[in-house]
Design a protein around this ligand. Sequence first.
Ligand SMILES: [Zn+2]
Length: 64
Amino acid sequence: MNYTKQEFCPACGTRWWDKPIPKEYRENYSPPYWYSRVIALYDRDDDATFGYKCPDCDTFFERK
Ligand SMILES: [Zn+2]
């Protein structure tokens, strides 16, 4: 699951979506067009995102 597409944190309920992405930049993104506050955790060895972290409650979410 891509947690940047999730509006609210399942753990603390804070809203991750910050601001809507302006129309002129949307071709580089997929819907819904919102900037997310969630923190993506990146593994350099695997060259992939392995999880996400809530900026407010620090809960870790595994990317499945
Ligand atoms: Zn949270």
